[in-house]
Design a protein around this ligand. Sequence first.
Ligand SMILES: Cc1cc2nc3c(=O)[nH]c(=O)nc-3n(C[C@H](O)[C@H](O)[C@H](O)COP(=O)(O)OP(=O)(O)OC[C@H]3O[C@@H](n4cnc5c(N)ncnc54)[C@H](O)[C@@H]3O)c2cc1C
Length: 244
Amino acid sequence: MTEPVHEAARHGPVTRALVRWLMRPARVAAVETLSPRFRLVDIEGEALRDVTWAAGQKIQVSVGGGLSTRTYTPVMWDAGRGRTRLLAFAHGDGLGSRWVSSLRAGDRCQFFGPRRSLDLSALAAPIALFGDETSFGLATLLREDPPTAGAIQTFEVSDAAEARAVLASIGIDQATLIERRADDGHLVAAADEVLRCIGSGADVALTGRAPSIQRVGRALKAAGVRSTRIRTKAYWAPGKTGLD
Ligand SMILES: Cc1cc2nc3c(=O)[nH]c(=O)nc-3n(C[C@H](O)[C@H](O)[C@H](O)COP(=O)(O)OP(=O)(O)OC[C@H]3O[C@@H](n4cnc5c(N)ncnc54)[C@H](O)[C@@H]3O)c2cc1C
């Protein structure tokens, strides 16, 4: 959001009024470029103070100054200071990816939330997280959140070298990375890895790409894992825009 005022001005008065009434206004406090496609984004403002937030919840950020949104998972929320943090992946050329790539400290932004999304409260630690690049924020949070500390992570990724470097920069160096294959053949290894974690007592959170979640979820059920030990949340699906 390089020119936020002009972005917002492209929309009519009704949309601008709705954005003002419905969304929390905030300011980008800092942007750290972790790699060409990953950004750690700190957002702050009065409207972020005294907010009740739980790990796994989402915010929906206005992309383009209007009511079009893309969804991200806060990595932390400091309700005293009025500050939150996102770990955002710019996968391509969608509105969200462009928003992430163009963010600069000092930009204004607006968002809905935090709102319910992935409910981790009933899962027993350690949690075995399966996801992808969009789940790195959740992984950070699971590592730091005391009730779930000790999470075990398996990620399917498009570029293992980039993913490994990004994860190392946020202090995650034990994750299993499985590179995507076009025929999804890699998901057999992913399901085996998650099952191995379950065998050592972990409950499971499946996040990220919808077809991968379905495939791994089916493998877990076929292996007899009780559904009460599994939570799922699709973060994106091929061909769908702005899922959620
Ligand atoms: C509850 C929830 C929490 C989320 N948390 C995070 C988070 O913390 N960090 C984060 O980076 N993302 C997160 N996401 C995912 C993010 O909202 C999507 O990836 C979003 O689609 C990106 O918007 P876009 O405009 O770039 O792409 P869109 O315009 O929405 O999508 C265009 C096309 O790109 C493809 N696509 C979408 N996402 C991806 C992807 N990640 N990799 C490859 N291809 C993709 C699809 O085929 C889609 O049709 C979350 C999503 C949900 C629902």
